[in-house]
Design a protein around this ligand. Structure first.
Ligand SMILES: *Cc1c(COP(=O)(O)O)cnc(C)c1O
Length: 239
């Protein structure tokens, strides 16, 4: 079994070679290490190897790890799971990014609960690109109005889009979805100067996502190894 630091190198190499293939600079794709269900000492190992951005899905678990890692002051935490109203206060206080915004009510609470002396929370709108019933995210047609509504919140900065494509899609379907995301993203970016992030691609579709313009890949399994059931990739149940 490879060490986690070796796996980090491998993932970075995969990102670099996918970038090369699609004529993009390797620095144009950021790596988000998805550490849900994994212990704080694994995060620390990756940190020592240079990794800074980490994604968590379950609030309570994330807060515990954040406490253990409080000495690493430049760690950047992203919340990437479904959000219940009663969790927004802790999320607003303890994360730099929230990637799973799909309801105005949640956005408003995060805005109101983000301290006014903190930098605004970076947010991504989650898109349900394959129109899956079980999955979070807004539908693509709702994006223009939703993005416009978010502009009224001074403590949120709209940075872009996040998606979690269907796990069981054919590769043709997967390609269509990635390309649809690319179009939505470039329209949004042309309208809002703060938009610079397309969060798309996981352990099993990293290359295709980078070919379709992803600027941030969210990698769990390929870095940390497989998860137990609670953390399976498509688990979009409430924390
Ligand atoms: C768990 C998770 C990931 C990581 O998935 P892997 O297949 O383990 O790389 C990425 N994004 C979201 C939203 C997740 O919940």
């Amino acid at each position: 079994m490879n060490s986690i630091v070796e796996r980090l190198k491998e993932v970075r190499n995969s990102i670099a070679s996918a970038c090369l293939q699609s004529n993009r600079r390797p620095e144009s794709v950021q790596l988000l290490a998805v550490s849900k269900t994994k212990p704080a000492d694994k995060i620390r190992e990756l940190y020592l190897a240079g990794q800074r951005h980490f994604g968590e899905n379950y609030l309570q678990e994330a807060l515990e790890k954040q406490q253990e890692l409080a000495d690493l002051s430049d760690l950047v935490w992203h919340f990437i799971g479904p959000i219940q109203s009663n969790k927004t206060r802790d999320i607003a206080a303890n994360f730099s990014w929230v990637q799973s915004i799909d309801r105005l009510k949640i956005a408003r609470r995060l805005n109101d609960q983000r301290a006014t002396d903190s930098v605004p929370l970076n947010i991504l709108i989650q898109i349900n690109i394959d129109d899956e019933k079980s999955k979070a995210g807004i539908h693509p047609e709702q994006l223009p109005a939703f993005a416009a509504d978010l502009q009224e919140f001074p403590q949120l900065t709209l940075r872009g889009l996040m998606t979690l494509p269907a796990a069981d899609a054919s590769s043709a379907q997967q390609q269509r979805s990635l390309q649809a995301m690319q179009r939505l993203y470039s329209e949004l970016a042309s309208q809002y100067p703060t938009v610079d992030t397309l969060s798309m691609g996981m352990s099993n579709d990293l290359e295709a996502a980078i070919n379709a313009g992803s600027t941030m890949v969210r990698i769990g399994t390929a870095l940390f190894g497989a998860r137990d059931k609670k953390g399976v990739t498509n688990d979009n149940a409430s924390a």
